[in-house]
Write a protein that binds this ligand. Structure first.
Ligand code: C5P
Length: 217
């Protein structure tokens, strides 16, 4: 069996990276991991258990003790807690805001990193988030950074029926001390604005195929 590979996709909220990741995973036959959903799941769990999201010690303890495991549904790998997949509940703005808070806690990120790296047990991956190319799989040869202007990202979220303060989340994600959002070394920046998603995905696929060919030479 060939060694599994990881396609790392990072970028700010609403840049379209989830859509690109989903389409890429289908085209390549790889599993998809949306790591934001893992942070959202912890935020959802803490809010359900009435744990103060500003109390780093309490959140870290919860993260150490919760019964969270990875499951594969179709081609997606997701985190379930106490056997529950919170599903659409994760899309609420208060869950997203809470995710950005728990994501600042270094010990939470250590837990997430171990879990996210263990996704490789499921096979080759398309993994998207904020720190995949910088902290989770810095060794991968396949790194992308997807970007789009704030106005376009705001509009995309509104079309999805979601009201979020993306500027606030951008600031929190890129200014935090623990694994801030940034472009990984060797990452290819894709400007995903004003072009059809199929075109972006085709460009990414062609880069991946050419790198895979070079690697096998
Ligand atoms: O991607 P999504 O909007 O679902 O992510 C929710 C929040 O989780 C982000 O705003 C960010 O604070 C955090 N996150 C992170 N690192 C990741 C993925 C998400 O810090 N790899």
């Amino acid at each position: 069996m060939s060694t599994p590979i990881v396609i790392a996709i990072d970028g700010p909220s609403g840049s379209g990276k989830s859509t690109c990741a989903r389409k890429l995973s289908e085209a390549l036959g790889f599993k998809i991991v949306e790591t934001g959903a893992m942070f959202r799941t912890l935020s959802w769990y803490c809010q359900r258990e009435k744990i103060d999201l500003d109390d780093a010690k309490a959140v870290t303890n919860a993260c150490r003790k919760w019964k969270a495991s990875l499951v594969q549904t179709d081609n997606a790998i997701r985190l379930v807690v106490d056997g529950i997949d919170p599903g659409d509940a994760l899309r609420a703005a208060k869950i997203a805001d809470g995710a950005a808070k728990v994501a600042t806690i270094a010990k939470v990120r250590d837990w997430m990193k171990a879990k996210q790296r263990s996704c490789l047990d499921f096979g080759s991956l398309v993994m998207e988030g904020r720190d995949i190319g910088t902290a989770i799989f810095p060794e991968t040869d396949f790194k992308f950074y997807i970007d789009a202007p704030l106005k376009a990202r705001d509009e995309r979220r509104k079309l999805e029926g979601i009201t979020e303060d993306l500027a606030k989340r951008d600031k929190a994600d890129s200014e935090r001390a623990a694994a801030p959002l940034m472009m990984g070394l060797g990452a290819i920046c894709i400007k995903n604005f004003g072009r059809p998603v199929e075109e972006t995905v085709a460009e990414m696929l062609s880069i991946i195929e050419s790198r895979r060919r070079t690697k096998t030479k």
